[in-house]
Structure formats: C-alpha cells, structure tokens
Design a protein around this ligand. Structure first.
Ligand SMILES: Cc1ncc(C[n+]2csc(CCOP(=O)(O)OP(=O)(O)O)c2C)c(N)n1
Ligand SMILES: [Mg+2]
Length: 302
C-alpha cells in the first residue's frame, strides 16, 4: 500500500519537473515539498470528491496540482506539456478554467480566506464535507491569514483543515520561524485551533496517521496540520537550497534529476488502474467515517 503511494510520489515528482522544464518557468521546488502531503490526501481515502474541497492557497504549486489530476487519470498526462502556454487551462497558478479548481489562487493568503468562506457555506447548506487548504510557510506571514485564523475559530469552523508546508524557505532565504514547528503550533493554538504535527512531511505513514487523527477529532475547532518538509525534496541539488524558488531546471539538469529519481524508485511498476479505483471509493474512507461516528456516539454517553 505505502509502496504504491511511494511510486505515485515518484511519478508526480517526474511530472512536476518535466512540465516546468518544458515551460521553462514555474515553481518545481515549491511543488516538490508538498508531494507526500497531497498524495496521501488524494490517494489514501481522505479526500472525498463528492463533498470536499481542496484549495492550493500556495497557488504557485500548480504543477503539483496538475500532476495529481494527471495521475488520477482526470486529465491526459500529455496535457501537462501545455503548462503555462498561452491558451492552456494549465495556467501558472490555478484558475477555475481548470475543471477541478473552483477558485483562482496565487496571491498568497487569499485562498485560505476563501477556504474559510467555503467551509462556512458548507455548514449553512448542511453539507458534511470538509475544506482542505494547502498553505506555504512564508505565505502565513500574510496578515490576511491571521484574520481568517481568528474568524475560523470564532465560528468554530470544524470542517476547515489547513495544511502548512513548512519547508523553511520562502521566495528568498529562510522564513522568520524556519523549521520551528512548535512556535507555529503555539501561534495557532493561541487562536484556539486544534493542531497536529508532522515531523517528517515526506513520511507517508506518519502523514497518514496524523490525517487520521485530525479527521477523527471531534473538537469543534478548525484544524491545522503543521508539516516539516524539505523544499525541492527528491532531487539532491535542489533539496533545501536557497536560490531555486520559481526556477525551472534546464534540460541537462532535468536529465540528472530524473536519473536520481529513477535510482530511488523502489518499484518501477506504476499501477495507474488500481490508483484510480482507490480514490473516493477507498475502504479506508468508509472505515474512517464509521470510526468517526463511533467516537461521536461514545462522547454522548461520557
Ligand atoms: C500576496 C503575494 N505576495 C508575494 C507573492 C510572490 N511570491 C510567490 S511565491 C512566494 C514565496 C512563497 O513561499 P512559501 O509560502 O514558503 O511557499 P514555498 O514556495 O516555500 O512552498 C512569494 C513571495 C505572491 N504570490 N503573493
Ligand atoms: Mg516555504
């Protein structure tokens, strides 16, 4: 199971790197740091397409978003070659021209506020879905983020789940808090959020365990997953290196990177069909909901 997820991550990494090199622009390193976080969300039964929403508030990680939908079989892999081309729906930052995106993001901080609005809307409509929002660590220094943070807890927006990709780096140099996840935790907790820590944001099992805990939590609070990650993860000459933000690899660099990824691939067989079937129908999603229900029932008798 985790082996298959590992292969999906490798495949997604290759697609991110190739599509940005073809475009000769984009944000490969910002996309690479969130590969495991988003792969587990999409492929381990946590994201329910019928009811849930996912927003890439760090919209510059669009190559990751498009690669995920290519691997899901929702868009043709060949289409990734049109990334950032004039007329392509695969714009440099996500827009609703891409069929699986409801809101345009890219101006940092805004996607998160919209996610809060969507979560409140779901509550009004008695829709039991959740809203997952992916944020960058430098992004959360935006004042707008903290306006939404305080409003979300005021309204006890339990169906809002923020995932912060703490890769230490912003556009230029280290962020104010670097990898100090405990300080991030204190800040969110002081705003009455329920926090969950992932100490290795590339460890599939750890991510799965933490997502499970977060989704099973019955506290009437918004939730944040604070994950320590590595910018450029998977390619030695990109990992945790300053100076690679928003830069595509040259053809030679791409070749080197793909070679490295190939060497690290445990199992070269990529089972696309089984992946497709897994999404949304996954038994673990149902198990999670049953467990959730039981925990809720139990809480009535305590
Ligand atoms: C409001 C706003 N200001 C500035 C930018 C330019 N910008 C794009 S990405 C980025 C850095 C983001 O860093 P981080 O949130 O840590 O994401 P990472 O790339 O590290 O994943 C900046 C400043 C922007 N897109 N929006
Ligand atoms: Mg960052």
């Amino acid at each position: 199971m985790s082996e298959n997820l590992k292969n999906i991550c490798q495949k997604i990494r290759k697609l991110i790197l190739t599509s940005t090199t073809m475009a000769q622009s984009g944000h490969p390193t910002s996309s690479l740091s969130a590969v495991e976080l988003m792969t587990v969300l999409f492929f381990s039964g946590f994201f329910n397409e019928k009811n849930d929403e996912v927003i890439f508030s760090k919209g510059h990680a669009a190559p990751l978003l498009y690669a995920l939908y290519a691997v899901l079989g929702k868009i043709d892999e060949k289409k990734l070659e049109t990334l950032r081309q004039f007329g392509s729906v695969l714009e440099g930052h996500p827009t609703p021209r891409f069929p699986y995106v409801k809101v345009a993001t890219g101006s940092l901080g805004q996607g998160f506020s919209i996610g809060l609005g969507m979560a409140l809307g779901k509550r009004l409509l008695k829709n039991k879905g959740r809203v997952f929002v992916l944020l960058g660590d430098s992004e959360i220094s935006e004042g707008q983020v903290w306006e939404a943070v305080q409003l979300a807890s005021y309204y006890k927006t339990e169906n809002l789940i923020a995932i912060v990709d703490i890769n230490r780096l912003g556009q230029r140099g280290q962020t104010m808090l670097g990898w100090d996840v405990l300080s991030y935790q204190k800040r969110f907790e002081s705003f009455s959020w329920k926090t969950f820590l992932v100490f290795d944001g590339h460890n599939l099992d750890e991510i799965k365990k933490v997502y499970q805990e977060a989704l099973l939590s019955i506290e009437k609070k918004p939730k944040v997953i604070l994950a320590k990650t590595i910018k450029g993860k998977g390619v030695s000459f990109l990992e945790d290196k300053d100076g690679w933000h928003g830069k595509a690899l040259s053809k030679d660099e791409l070749e080197k990177a793909l070679e490295e990824l190939e060497q690290n691939q445990d199992d070269k067989i990529f089972e696309k069909d089984s992946v497709e079937k897994k999404l949304f129908t996954d038994q673990s999603q149902k198990n999670l909901e049953i467990k959730n229900l039981l925990v809720r029932l139990k809480s009535y008798f305590n």
